[in-house]
Design a protein around this ligand. Sequence first.
Ligand code: SRM
Ligand code: SF4
Length: 566
Amino acid sequence: MNTSEEIGMSEIKDLTLEEGLKESSSLLRGHLLEDLADAAPNLPGRSEHLLKFHGIYAQDHRDVRRERAQAGEVLDYIFMIRVAIPGGRLTSEQWLCLDEIATELADGSIRLTTRQAVQFHGVVKHSLQTLSAQLYQKTMTSFAGCGDVVRNTVMCPQLETDPNYRSIVSLAQNIATTYQPKTKAHWEIFVNGDKAATFESTAETDVEHEFYGDTYLPRKFKIAIAHPNENCVDVLAQDVGLIPATHPEVGAGFNVYVAGGLGRSYAQPDTFARLADPLTFVTREELDPLLRAILTAYRDLGDRTNRRRARMKYIAADLGLATFVREVESRLGSTLRAPLPLALGAAHDHLGWRTRPDGLLELGVRVGAGRVRDEVEGRGIRSALRTIAAARSINFIVTAQQDIVLTGITQQDKGFIDETLAAHGVRPVDALGLVERSALACPALPTCGQALAESERVLPNVVAQLEGSLASAGPRGKRLQLRMTGCPNGCARPAVAEVGIVGRTKNSYDLYLGGGLRGDRLAGLYQEKVKLDDLPSVLEPLLARWRDEGDEEESFGDFVTRVGIA
Ligand code: SRM
Ligand code: SF4
């Protein structure tokens, strides 16, 4: 019996509605064209799911949802567009394009994401195609930014500028090119309206990758490439994690990790966060066939009857990793080599000035919660970055910590960059607070339809509160890693943070403790339903114990784990 038969489908369950929508969509076209063209400010449900494959989420402004509903008015329908940026790397010219879109077609902000992508919020339906066409002109796209496909691949910024890794500098881009769906639907519907006029006949002749078929993957699929010395991308939180390494027998390649993922759901207790397991070591040549074998195993074995349990981590958890490995091996036609025993390095935040190995400079700039927006019109981080992009042809790298690295700067331009940032009130890295420096928050309210509580909007207050607690009760000068989300989907990866604050109800949060900068340990649930105002009284006794009992170099996450608090 082969592994697929062994796994079997003992129970026949109904496929989800989304599976039917994918299958009947003529490769992601559905009724999008007509639904986008009508006068309504929103799209009917039949189009909302397909829209995600095109990188677009239908939302409504939740601050005014209740009053509009009560007044019998239509909701304030808005859309979020996620631009997939492999490895987060952009040119100055592309940054200027994003900046222009933010003013003309979105809410005036550029939102850097925890997967090195960029989001626009507050876009109205009739601007979606214009926006997509503008992205396309600068070789950017939102296609496959969301949906049941391989998502934006994240990659440590340092791999992109270190000559030791020259051979893999374009790996994130290559993965994007290989796994972007082949269907022409996006280009017809969103980019080139003329072609769309004939979409029906095109749909008949259009093709899709054999590994996607017409129902694509059961759910999203995430890949990250970490630097061997540091884990800024949270490599174990991914469906597939890659760490460059050298094998004593076969030479350079990657240690491969599988079946990580952090999302959970309160409504479904059988959902959970899971760290990826080491799978194998592959050379560069062996990587592509392996990725394909993993993907097709996921495609065929993933649960298409329950989207909450459709991620690859549940296959490994339910069947056992060994069975999953056998399935991958049978698709690959060979036995997997044992992985190397690697230890993960603590995450680097890439902030501040650094000289690249080629002598050029780079500067990591902190962007609170990834929101690039001016506080006062014409003055702030957005204007500063625009000024720099307009004046200098450099690269902008979005980091998985929601920050931006300006890279490829000459020595002569250092002064100009510093002066521009200072003139716009952007604080240098040494002026950042000990919590502020690495705090992450997801967007949550008012845009995210899944948010149970605030996150990004209250982050500055929570950071200030924690910095106060740290100063009064904690050890001197030590940093604390805070991550906050408006629900347990875990978009800012609180499940691996030293302090994870996860929205539970409108006014309360579950408090997780004990993750850390290496990203190799899940945080444990410390207290449920904590009010934000009560955080100091809950955390200060623990910070005081850390101060009094912690070892000199011990982080908070390591301390609470060692003494059994979390
Ligand atoms: Fe996420 C859904 C925002 C990274 C787990 N995520 C969402 C949606 C699209 C809400 C929705 O489905 O309606 C959020 C959009 C809100 C808005 O208004 O913008 C959203 N996720 C984000 C971003 C923007 C958070 C951020 O602060 O940067 C990140 C965009 C990433 C990107 O560029 O592609 C983001 N999301 C993550 C991560 C972290 C990561 O990938 O490293 C996770 C946890 C890792 C994982 O996937 O397990 C994550 N997001 C989820 C989940 C839970 C999935 C699950 O396995 O159950 C959902 C819910 C869903 O998919 O239905 C979700
Ligand atoms: Fe929305 Fe929840 Fe993700 Fe925050 S964690 S963006 S509230 S889905």
